[in-house]
Write a protein that binds this ligand. Structure first.
Ligand SMILES: *[C@@H]1O[C@H](CO)[C@@H](O)[C@H](O)[C@H]1NC(C)=O
Length: 128
């Protein structure tokens, strides 16, 4: 009995530590990286993303990193768009057309976690 309680407690504690703060959202992709609102014409590589207005928060999010994982299809054509694994992207820009909790990933970042043909996927993201 005592051992079972310890196990249950450990499971709850570890789920609190890992992953339970993930934000559910959607991701699209873009492929013109400069100029960006955070870094102008400075090249920031390709593991980057543009944040929706709320997340961008008037440039406060510039340089923040997020871990992003594909969680499923948005039913726009590809039934199973997700690839395994997660990516870490750096916020370099604002995405003016994005909805709340939408993130616009670089093409390379999107292609790492999902099939590009999906265009839009469901994601979970966490501060990295
Ligand atoms: C937005 O950024 C400011 C600092 O520039 C911070 O105080 C505030 O908490 C941020 N808001 C959100 C919703 O993250």
């Amino acid at each position: 009995m005592a051992i079972q309680r310890v196990i249950v407690f450990t499971l709850i504690a570890s789920s609190l530590i890992s992953g339970s703060y993930a934000i559910a959202g959607t991701a699209t992709y873009y492929n013109v990286y400069v100029p960006s609102s955070c870094y102008g014409f400075e090249n920031q590589g390709t593991m980057i993303a543009a944040a929706n207005a709320a997340l961008f928060n008037n440039s406060a999010a510039c340089g923040r990193r997020y871990r992003v994982r594909c969680t499923g299809s948005t039913n726009q054509g590809i039934p199973q768009p997700c690839r395994n694994g997660e990516i870490t992207v750096k916020i370099v820009d604002m995405c003016p057309g994005c909805e709340a909790n939408q993130v616009d990933l670089s093409l390379q970042a999107f292609a790492t976690i999902a099939d590009l043909d999906a265009g839009r996927i469901n994601i979970d993201f966490n501060p990295a």
